[in-house]
Write a new protein. Structure first.
Ligand code: S3P
Length: 418
């Protein structure tokens, strides 16, 4: 059986670096992700005066070698706008921190990030007392004295929830946030690990501020389940046995596995343990046949980034797969519903668009064609998995995989070896 180690978790890496900037004592991060998005976070924080020591010993997929130390609390007003690149997580979570700092800061991004909605953070951060301008990037934030709020989120979004929680650390009073459905809870878990008294009650999280984080601890980052999902998908459609080691298996992230189970996929999870308050384990994928399923809106927040690879698997399932309640996909790095429907149609796939999802009829023959990544890392990787199975697929803009998975093509090439 082939054993695979995928790069460290992008969401958890961002959070560790950003939360490190708020700690009184240095925060050591073991095995952070070195990729386009997390490098954007590091560079923004440096422009804000935060000292970050990097030790990139080996490639990020080789677990446990790389290390970052963040020396927090040395803020200064940046001399120029901060460039967040392609990273929505950088812009939204950093905004939560900036809301509590006494500077006026402009945040910009690349052409994709410039089309992504920021009102979702602007509204709650303004209610807390920050001055926030811009529904789309560039945005301007002038932080200051914040007051705590009780906020009912209109959508489930870990980025919005995290921005409010981070702002809540500098606000006076009890900040309380309620989501319609639970989104990934990495921020809550990391704050708990760093001894911040967070209260959780169903879909509501609260914390009393202001609260200063002591830091002085070490955070180890697990493998990224979203990166692993491409190998899980490849293993299934190519009928290979693979083991993906040291992967984050946080329940708020692995909705994709719940769907695969319903589709009839055979997998097991072993060696389950907790590191730094995050559940991790090894996932073993066995050859299996899939059937189409209906994915309901309540399944979406915990598998949001895996919908593109799920749509690829649905092409090889017997019967129809219907994905609903995923209109948030239209607000990602590209409109991922439109992009997948457009690209897969070029191969002759029977796929159609719904306002909030897609319908895919599995089991029909596909023919090779030239495809486009839409400058979106997850679309690039999902289509590349498909190209392992369908001859004659060429993908323009493959290199966008670097945003979260710099050595993706080198690693995926193992499947081509027969
Ligand atoms: C992320 C949350 C998700 C996800 C994104 C990373 C995070 O976005 O799609 O890739 O790190 O918090 P939303 O919170 O906007 O759904």
């Amino acid at each position: 059986m082939k054993e695979i180690i995928v790069p460290p978790d992008k969401s958890i890496s961002h959070r560790a670096i950003l939360i490190g900037s708020l700690c009184k004592k240095p925060l050591k991060i073991k095995n952070p992700l070195k990729a386009g998005d997390t490098l954007s976070t590091i560079s923004c924080l440096r422009s804000l005066g935060i000292r970050i020591e990097e030790e990139w010993g080996m490639r990020s997929a080789e677990c446990g070698v790389n290390e970052i130390i963040v020396y927090g609390k040395s803020w200064k007003k940046p001399e120029a706008p901060l460039y967040c690149g392609n990273s929505g997580t950088t812009m939204r979570l950093l905004s939560g921190i900036l809301a509590g700092l006494p500077y006026e800061v402009i945040l910009t991004g690349d052409s994709s990030l410039s089309k992504r909605p920021m009102r979702r953070i602007g509204e709650p951060l303004s209610m807390m007392g920050a001055k926030f301008v811009g529904d789309y990037p560039p945005i301007t934030i002038e932080g200051g004295d914040l007051k705590a709020i009780s906020y009912k989120m209109p959508i489930s979004s870990a980025q919005v929830k995290s921005a409010i929680l981070l702002a809540g650390l500098s606000a006076t009073g009890k900040t309380s946030i309620t989501e319609p459905l639970l989104s990934r809870d990495h921020t809550e878990r990391m704050l708990e690990f760093l001894c911040v008294p967070i209260k959780r009650d169903g879909f509501t999280i609260s914390l009393d501020g202001p609260f200063e984080i002591e830091g002085g601890l070490e955070i180890e980052i697990p493998g990224d389940f979203s990166s692993a999902s491409f190998f899980i998908g490849a293993g299934i459609i190519l009928n290979r046995e693979i083991k993906i080691k040291n992967i984050g298996i946080n329940k708020t992230r692995i909705g994709f596995l719940d769907c695969l189970k319903k589709m009839g996929a055979a997998f097991t999870i072993e060696n389950e343990r907790l590191i730094c308050n995050e559940p991790i384990g090894d996932i073993i994928i066995n050859p299996s046949r899939l059937s189409g399923i209906e994915v309901s809106p309540k399944d979406i927040p915990i598998m949001i980034d895996e919908v593109p690879i799920l749509s690829i698997l649905a092409l090889f399932a017997e019967g129809t797969t219907i994905i609903k309640g995923s209109s948030e996909l239209r607000a990602k790095e590209t409109d991922r519903i439109k992009a997948m429907v457009l690209e897969l149609s070029k191969l002759g796939a029977r796929i159609s668009e719904l306002p909030d999802g897609m319908v895919i009829e599995g089991g029909y023959p596909l023919k090779g064609a030239g495809l486009y990544s839409h400058k979106d890392h997850r679309i690039a990787m999902a289509l590349s998995v498909l190209s392992l199975k369908v001859p004659g697929i060429e993908i323009e803009g493959k290199e966008w995989a670097d945003i979260s998975f710099p050595n993706f093509y080198e690693m995926i090439s193992w499947f081509k070896k027969g």
